[in-house]
Design a binder for this molecule. Structure first.
Ligand SMILES: *Cc1c(COP(=O)(O)O)cnc(C)c1O
Length: 455
């Protein structure tokens, strides 16, 4: 029988709370991130039994343990079935090395896995009490489309997304503006930072306090937990025995994806190493190397743009897993067990030059298409074996995560290997769909009036 799970804040100043509160609040009152107070341990027999199951069934079994009694089984089963209605291909590269393609969701990004579950869990709790919520969020491109698509058509929730009018690609814009229904999109005559400033102002504006607002941002516990599922899924499909420990290589920006992997491992998944692969924003590899954590400000611009993060928000969660405490500014008030972290992680940073070389080499050698984020992860695997020469790499199970669809990066592919990646069905229909969005000046009063009129 499932117990009630409780959630603590990584700043340790707020009381423990329920899953529902953590989900609807997002950030803890003390500014910390919510984490499960205990992680259920799965037996190896149970994990091996996933090999015969579909993705949505595994998602249900894992999330049922993590959320506990706060949601009934039938509803959670329905939510998982509805959220995960797309494939998760495991593509063999060579030996026992595989690419896990997390790019088959409706926005062709791995963020679909998290956003689709969070949105449905929010809808569930809101509809139980007939409450209403407005999601207000700023985007520089990719997060907005995943959030818009995830909440599209759900009851009790409407979504307002701000984007910088001239800073997103036509494809990114169309992924948000062709949905409509409960999704409203605003083009701000300004930059991404302006959008973010306007959103932050709305959250603290007392004259909007009667409107329940939530940001649905990437630190939400409802986005984190579902990211543990594909680690179980891929291992169960590819492993040969309970002792067959895998290496996972994870292209990392805010480290939510990698944090999902750590949760899976702490629930009993056989993992020998996580490769934390970053672009030139190498604050995490440097932290492991030197023991000193220094955020990179401003973050460096790289072609794997969703990983251009100079201070990863989920680092505070990783630090608590290793017994330390880090506040939201990145200050460490209690040191984590660095020795154990160095055993568990191999951290590596790829320059844009190495990323492009990896895209070219993996295509030439194996006919595998990797976009820049997935290429950073595959580079990490190659670097790992370059540093561990003694080790028979042919026998080791390696799973490299591909987090976006290659078709989202047509210019890179044309330049590097001179091919046009075929568009997945989710992106094909966009060209002919009609758009609807509201241009707005870069002015808080104008946004406020919009929110009051449209919540
Ligand atoms: C967000 C994102 C990442 C980074 O994931 P984190 O959880 O922030 O580490 C990697 N690749 C793509 C394509 C992304 O959109």
């Amino acid at each position: 029988m499932e117990k009630n799970q409780s959630y603590y804040s990584t700043n340790f100043q707020s009381p423990h709370t329920t899953f529902k509160e953590a989900l609807l609040k997002g950030l803890a009152p003390d500014g910390g991130l919510y984490m499960p107070a205990s992680l259920p341990l799965l037996s190896s027999r149970e994990i091996e039994s996933f090999s015969g199951k579909d993705y949505h069934e595994i998602a249900f079994l894992i999330l049922n343990k993590l959320i506990g009694k706060e949601i009934d089984k039938e509803n959670l089963q329905t939510i998982c079935h509805d959220a995960y209605n797309f494939d998760v291909p495991l593509e063999k590269v060579c030996d026992r090395k595989f690419i896990m393609r997390l790019d088959q969701g409706p926005t062709a990004s791995f963020k679909d896995f998290a956003a689709r579950m969070m949105s449905r869990l929010m809808q569930y709790y809101l509809s139980v009490n007939n409450q209403h919520l407005t999601i207000l969020t700023a985007t520089s491109g990719d997060t907005g489309s995943a959030v818009a698509s995830a909440f599209y058509g759900l009851k009790n929730i409407n979504v307002i997304i701000l984007f910088p009018a001239n800073e997103v690609t036509v494809m990114q814009r169309k992924q948000m503006t062709t949905l409509q229904k409960n999704i409203q999109v605003i083009a701000i005559d300004g930059k991404f930072d302006d959008c973010q400033r306007l959103v932050k102002k709305a959250f603290i504006d007392p004259s909007l306090s009667m409107i329940p607002l939530s940001s649905a941002n990437s630190i939400n516990i409802g986005r984190l937990l579902p990211q543990s599922v594909y680690y179980f899924y891929s291992w169960s499909k590819l492993s040969e025995s309970a002792e067959d420990k895998a290496i996972f290589s994870v292209p990392s920006g805010n480290f939510g994806d990698l944090m999902g992997g750590l949760i899976a491992r702490n629930m009993g998944l056989p993992v020998s190493k996580f490769i934390a692969a970053t672009n030139e924003n190498d604050e995490f590899p440097e932290f492991l190397r030197t023991g000193n954590y220094k955020p990179i400000n401003p973050s460096r611009n790289c072609i794997s743009s969703a990983m251009n993060v100079g201070h990863p928000s989920n680092l505070a969660r990783i630090v608590t897993i290793y017994g330390g405490v880090m506040d939201e500014t990145g200050k460490i008030t209690k040191a984590p067990d660095l020795k154990k972290m160095r055993e568990d992680f191999f951290a590596v940073s790829a320059t844009d030059k190495k990323t492009r070389e990896t895209i070219a080499d993996s295509y030439k050698s194996y006919r595998i298409l990797l976009e820049p984020h997935g290429a950073v992860a595959w580079y990490g695997i190659n670097e790992y074996f370059r540093h561990n020469k003694g080790f028979d790499s042919g026998k080791q199970l390696c799973i490299s995560l591909e987090t976006a669809h290659p078709a989202k990066f047509p210019e890179e592919f044309r330049q590097i290997i001179n091919i046009d990646p075929p568009l997945p069905p989710s992106l094909t229909g966009l060209a002919s769909k009609s758009e609807n969005y509201f241009p707005l000046e870069n002015d808080y009063q104008a946004l406020k009036e919009f929110i009051l009129k449209n919540n």
